[in-house]
Design a protein around this ligand. Structure first.
Ligand SMILES: *Cc1c(COP(=O)(O)O)cnc(C)c1O
Length: 364
């Protein structure tokens, strides 16, 4: 709060104490973000979120290393912020390989091995999926990239603050983070840019005053950055306990629904999955109708990007081999720091009630 009102200085103003106070707050937040992923503070670039971080990482690396090759590798289940960047590079002459996944959403390592080549500039694969929560085998992916001299980018918007992440264990050269996915302010994020072994260079995508080592110009959003730093510090100290608690609640919810309803299937990986993510296929119910029936009590989303039944089924569910009908019968249940066991009991009751009401509808 004080950074919205009392400490109103511009972090780039070097000539007076107002600027110094803002700059000190920004540097302390930079340290907090770095600590969450085992990086050093100078490797953190503040952005407006993971979308911008992904744009900077992918387009910035593609442009800077254009003389090394023109090939980008990604995965079919990535977030649109990655897939659309790759498509846009394709339209200006880059080649893009989109590697498939298995039925649990894990990347096909054999296919990856086949496509990564010496002309590959960048391999971009998310740590954990936003719809089904599947966690990718990052170490294996990074090793393959490194073998061919390609950089490794991970979209960690979902994983950061939820599961332990370490830049060296991941083998990542670039990591995107979003503040609001870990209870920080919306519209804030960061990109980790490896400084050593190798030193990663990028072409800036937003030019101007040269803030953030020239990689992201524009006056820094001091309150947002302070908020992101605080969110990282909290996530780091509570991760272990929260992760265990959320996982237990998630499994309790899954079991509760599976016991009361027929035909409950998990979309995603049973083990390599985010603590708070439960994407379920509920018989052949119409997911969008289920959500409409629940919306006054339970804040839910469908497995697809858009909750409306008229939209296309989710590209993630399609990629793991779910049929369109099954995709429309899928709902994504998200649990987090403020979810209680009582909440889960309420959700089980409400979902079962609504499910049975819809079933009766369908058969009469
Ligand atoms: C939310 C999300 C993004 C976009 O992040 P913003 O900070 O909202 O721009 C990108 N990738 C994944 C995996 C996400 O979950």
């Amino acid at each position: 709060m004080p950074y919205f009102t009392e400490h109103f200085g511009n972090a780039s103003s070097k000539g007076h104490p107002y600027g110094w106070a803002a700059a000190a707050a920004v540097e302390s937040a930079r340290q907090q973000v770095a600590l969450l992923i085992g990086a050093s503070a100078r490797e953190i670039i503040f952005t407006s979120g993971a979308t911008e971080a992904n744009n900077l990482a992918i387009k910035g690396a593609a442009a800077f290393y254009r003389d090394r090759g023109n090939h980008i590798v990604t995965c079919v289940t990535e977030h649109p912020a990655v897939l659309d960047c790759c498509s846009s590079l394709e339209s200006v002459g880059y080649r893009v390989s989109r590697v498939g996944v298995d039925r649990q959403g894990r990347i096909d390592l054999d296919e990856l091995r086949d496509v990564v080549e010496d002309g590959t500039i960048l391999v971009s694969v998310m740590v954990a999926n936003n719809e089904i929560g599947t966690i990718q085998p990052m170490r294996e992916i990074a090793a393959l990239a490194r073998e061919h001299g390609a950089l490794m980018h991970c979209d960690a918007a979902q994983a950061a603050g939820k599961i332990p992440l370490d830049i060296d264990e991941l083998g990542a050269d670039l990591i995107s983070i979003s503040a609001h996915k870990m209870y920080g302010p919306k519209g804030k994020g960061a990109l980790f840019v490896r400084a050593r072994n190798p030193r990663v260079r990028l072409q800036a995508q937003i030019e101007g005053g040269g803030q953030e080592r020239g990689l992201r110009s524009g006056t820094l959003d001091v309150p947002g950055i302070v908020g992101l730093g605080a969110a990282c510090a909290l996530a780091r100290s509570e991760m272990e306990e929260e992760g265990a608690r959320t996982t237990e609640l998630r499994d309790y919810l899954h079991e509760g629904l599976a016991q009361r309803l027929q035909d409950v299937h998990l979309n995603g990986h049973p083990e390599h999955r985010l603590p708070g993510c439960l994407n379920l296929r509920l018989g052949d119910v119409d997911g969008s109708q289920l959500l409409v029936g629940l919306r006054d009590h339970v804040a839910l989303s469908s497995g697809s990007a858009c909750a409306s039944g008229t939209s296309e089924p989710s590209h993630v569910l399609r990629a793991i081999g779910v049929t369109d009908v099954e995709a429309f019968a899928s709902v994504r249940l998200g649990l987090g720091r403020f979810t209680t066991r009582q909440d889960v009991d309420t959700v089980i009751e409400r979902v079962v009630e609504e499910f049975e009401r819809l079933e009766k509808f369908a058969t009469t």
